[in-house]
Unconditional design. Structure first.
Length: 310
């Protein structure tokens, strides 16, 4: 394998862990794999509500609209999109994205992710707003471990439940970090202001993006179990692609046991529960997180519902 491809595999692996995803140009896209029932994943996404935007260079791009609310409304389509990184889009993908009519793209990736994966490829006149949400140093740590190719070190870092514990810690910081809360809140305010369709993303569109989507849906009065299904659907959309990442890393010789990455590539209710438990402890529940944690007043929450629910 060439040095360039090995370097790509190294960078990819880091992405596959820290909100994890390989640049789309590295592997061909294939159909999503079935989810693992033991982690309470749905067998299939809700076909009547989840609308994927099919692209070659990103696998987890979705319209957040279509969900019913417990108040009897329905989240409008075409206003809010969630996705994985857009740095690998093809020219045809860019044309498809242009058709969404986006007025803003918000990028939650940290500088190290941008350095390895590159900036978003967007339609002319559209520039992403950088709004980095911390990964507690996971990305940089994994780059070093994978570049070294030492299976003992990789096992020491990720085995024995340590990868899962790291993910739970990251989810807790979505609630506890004032900087993270400020960046999520700024995005929700922009959605409420209604300047036009908005897309937000991280690297894999599953953790930082998944948390904000969960919060937004619940703020719109979408039932909690429906918001959870939207969160867990990333496993279906990303499953086959992430398996290719692991296969490529094993083939390159950088990882003897790439299955160590699975807890970092997947979303799990255990991770989401870590954030919601912290939310209960710090803010007394979901409403307290919205108002005290994110600083969203009742007027902003009303604007969100008026704009996005019909």
């Amino acid at each position: 394998m060439s040095r360039a491809r090995i370097r790509l595999a190294t960078a990819v692996l880091a992405a596959a862990l820290a909100m994890a995803g390989l640049p789309a140009s590295a592997f061909a896209r294939t159909a999503p794999a079935a989810a693992d029932a033991q982690h309470r994943y749905p067998a299939h996404p809700q076909a009547e509500t989840i609308r994927q935007i099919p692209l070659q260079g990103a696998v987890n791009v979705r319209d957040l609209g279509g969900y019913r609310t417990w108040t009897g409304g329905k989240v409008r389509r075409g206003l809010v999109y969630r996705s994985d990184a857009l740095s690998g889009l093809t020219p045809a993908d860019v044309t498809t994205v242009a058709g969404l009519g986006l007025t803003e793209v918000v990028d939650f990736r940290i500088p190290a992710e941008l350095q390895y994966d590159g900036a978003d490829r967007l339609p002319a006149g559209l520039t992403a707003t950088s709004r980095p949400v911390s990964d507690l140093g996971l990305y940089a740590t994994l780059v070093g471990a994978i570049a070294g190719g030492d299976p003992v070190q990789q096992e020491r870092m990720l085995g024995g439940g340590r990868a899962e514990a790291y993910m739970r810690d990251i989810y807790r910081t979505f609630v506890t970090s004032p900087e993270n809360r400020a960046r999520f809140a700024a995005t929700l305010r922009e959605i409420a202001d209604g300047r036009g369709p908005l897309l937000y993303h991280c690297t894999s569109g599953k953790d930082r993006t998944g948390w904000l989507s969960y919060v937004l849906l619940r703020a719109l009065a979408v039932p909690e179990d429906t918001a959870e299904r939207d969160y867990l659907a990333s496993n279906t959309f990303r499953g086959a692609y992430d398996a290719q990442v692991r296969a490529g890393l094993k083939q390159s010789g950088r990882m003897l046991n790439p299955d160590l990455l699975i807890p970092l590539q997947e979303v799990r209710m255990d991770y989401l529960d870590s954030a919601t438990a912290r939310m209960e402890a710090d803010f007394g529940g979901f409403h307290g997180y919205l108002t005290d944690g994110l600083g969203l007043d009742l007027r902003t929450l009303a604007k969100l519902r008026a704009r996005l629910v019909g």
